[in-house]
Structure formats: structure tokens, C-alpha cells
Design a protein around this ligand. Sequence first.
Ligand SMILES: [Zn+2]
Ligand SMILES: [Zn+2]
Length: 210
Amino acid sequence: MSAGSGSTSRPRTASRRRPDAAFVLDVRSLGRRPGTMKELRRAVPTAERMGLEMIAVPSGAEFDLDLRLQAVSEGVLVTGTATAPTSGECSRCLESFTGTVELSITELFAYPDSATEQTTEEDEVYRLVDDQIDLEPVVIDQLGLEFPLQPLCTPDCPGLCAECGVRMAIAGSDHGHEILDPRWAGLAKFATGSPGNGGPSAGDADQNHQ
Ligand SMILES: [Zn+2]
Ligand SMILES: [Zn+2]
């Protein structure tokens, strides 16, 4: 093996890292002594939109990770918050809006040879792989729980006018339409004809006297 041919192959660990591996945390320096702790703050830009159909953390937005990594007997316990800007579409008035989501994270990543690793399924407890923690699936799961299925621009969004579709928030509370329900139109006609009722009734009275 010449030095030249060796330089073309990449280190084995590099091929395992995904291009969007910003959520991957290396915990080698933490060691395995239970109780050892490490604070970690990191800004992670998202490679793609993360969330639900009507509300998500947009692509390119940054997650602000504020975490505490703690070595425990079975693995590494990750606690802390992940905060990111959100953009959504109101399910009532269809207007787009922005906000912030803060995820509360408490997750154990089991050591490869731990009892936890041997007695649980991979989809029950996350695994530590090559001394690395991949926080991305944790964040995706949490977003799914945190985001409402029918997001609103404001909690009391008045929605759209049923007649013309204008946003009631702009139109104002006195917004209405001249085209009335046919039943109401009939009542309005009756009301304008009523003042003349006194005449005929007086004539009837005369006839009764003969
Ligand atoms: Zn709305
Ligand atoms: Zn209207």
C-alpha cells in the first residue's frame, strides 16, 4: 500500500455522518463515570422544514440547543431545551403567522453494551452510536407532540366572513352584507306596510252599523 492510494479513502467515521448531522453531538469527552456532567449550547441550522403540514420550523432556521449531558450508569441522559422560530398558516383565517417553539427534552441514550440496550427495543430507548448522540429524531418527535394540528394566528382568531371570505380581523365587527336571508326580506316588507292598517279597519266598523 502506497501512501498515495491510502489518502483517497476517507476515515470510516466520516462516511457514517450524514450531511445534516448538526444535531449529532459527540459525547466522547464526557467519559462514562456516572454523575459526570457537561453543559452544551449550540445553534443548529435546519437543513429542511421540520414539523407538521400547517406549522413547522422553516428550512434554514436555527434551533438554539441549551442542554445538559449527564453520564448515568446506563448511558447518557440529555436534558434541556431546544428553541426555534416557527412559521404556520392559521387554520381559521388562512393567514400566515410566525412564532417560537420551545421543546423540553429529557432523553436517555443507552450505552451499546448496557442492560438497557439489551432489554429494550431501539424504538423504545435511543442508542449511543460511536459515542455520538443524534438529537434529530428526538426533536422531530417532540415537534409532533408540541405543534397543534389546527394552528391559529391568535387564540381568538375570528376567521373569515361566511358571505364574502374577508378576514374578520380586518373587516371589523360591524362587517355585514345587504343581501339578507329571504325570510328576513319578507318580514321587512310586512313592517313597511303595517302603518296603513288603521284605514280599512275603520271602514269595516262603519259597515257593521249599516
Ligand atoms: Zn387566523
Ligand atoms: Zn363579508
